[in-house]
Design a protein around this ligand. Structure first.
Ligand SMILES: [Zn+2]
Length: 301
């Protein structure tokens, strides 16, 4: 469990949001016959203290270079994705909903703009069970927002968040995360499909385990002919800070050493295989190049 996680840091997700504008969500794009639509749930104000190594001269320099205040915050998106092929549609994550305070919960409206009602969502794939990814599965009253949807997630992720011993071991500040995960697992009971390891979710769409941020954290590889897109889950919370410094971990990482190793492995794979990368907290998608001891992202449009 995160060592440095404070209740203040968890609550800070909802603070300072009036200072930030959500910004326009990115437009839909194609990966072969698959259409990917980023759904912007809102922006969270990332503080350097959430990436402790960034609370440093090097971190302040990177924020300043990016045109941001040296001490933050750095507004970072919270995304879900709508993934469609032909008549089929799937949702990847569901955003914060209302569980982390005001300023989020725009996924349902974004789906409506795509002509999809909550009752029309059949399947939600989940990268992991942190509240900024699953809060949107619940209504403000705490009921299932998607009454007919099945949830698909890694077995290790479901096991962690439904384990009373894990909850007892976790810092008190994580209690709200356990509350949200437990509520989701209860409201969708009987409609949860656990998979283990790499799993084909649909033709050409594969679940990729990316352990470290949480034990069952996973991304998605979409492949159609020569076109490929990697949605790397929470492999990056700040491209400004963590691409040049892939060893800089966030306070929410369950296993920081594993999170670093997984980030480097995935970014190396993106370089070697020339994969386009995006994520739940990335405002763009792009190719990855090595740069010094880290990486850089070259946006593609
Ligand atoms: Zn997240």
């Amino acid at each position: 469990m995160p060592r440095a996680l404070s209740r203040r840091a968890v609550l800070a997700l909802g603070a300072a949001l009036p200072l930030l504008r959500p910004g326009a969500a990115a437009a839909a794009y194609r990966v072969g016959s698959v259409t990917v639509t980023p759904l912007r749930d809102g922006l969270f104000p990332l503080q350097p203290a959430m990436i402790p190594a960034a609370d440093s001269p090097a971190g302040r320099a990177l924020l300043t270079e990016a045109g941001l205040p040296a001490h933050g915050p750095s507004p970072e998106p919270v995304n879900a994705f709508l993934i469609r092929r032909g008549a089929r549609a799937w949702l990847l994550d569901a955003g914060c909903g209302t569980v982390l305070g005001p300023g989020f919960d725009r996924v349902t409206a974004a789906l409506a703009r795509e002509g999809i009602s909550p009752a029309g969502v059949e399947t939600v794939w989940l990268t992991h069970l942190h509240a900024d990814h699953i809060g949107g599965l619940l209504t403000p009253e705490g009921q299932a927002r998607f009454p007919h949807a099945d949830l698909v997630l890694q077995d290790r992720e479901a096991a962690l968040w439904s384990d009373p011993a894990a909850r007892a071991r976790a810092p008190a500040a994580l209690a709200p995360f356990f509350d949200t995960a437990e509520a989701v697992l209860a409201r969708y009971a009987g409609r949860i499909r656990r998979v283990s390891g790499e799993a084909d979710l649909a033709p050409g769409i594969r679940f990729l385990p990316l352990p470290g941020h949480t034990p069952g954290h996973a991304g998605l590889l979409i492949e159609d002919g020569a076109e490929r897109l990697l949605i790397g889950g929470d492999i990056l919370h700040s491209r400004i800070l963590q691409l040049p410094h892939p060893d800089w971990t966030v306070i929410w990482d369950t296993d920081p050493a594993a999170a670093i190793a997984t980030r480097r492995r995935l970014l190396d794979r993106a370089v070697i295989e020339d994969l386009t990368l995006t994520g739940m907290h990335l405002d763009v998608r792009g190719r990855i190049e090595r740069a010094g001891s880290g990486y850089r992202l070259i946006p593609v449009s």
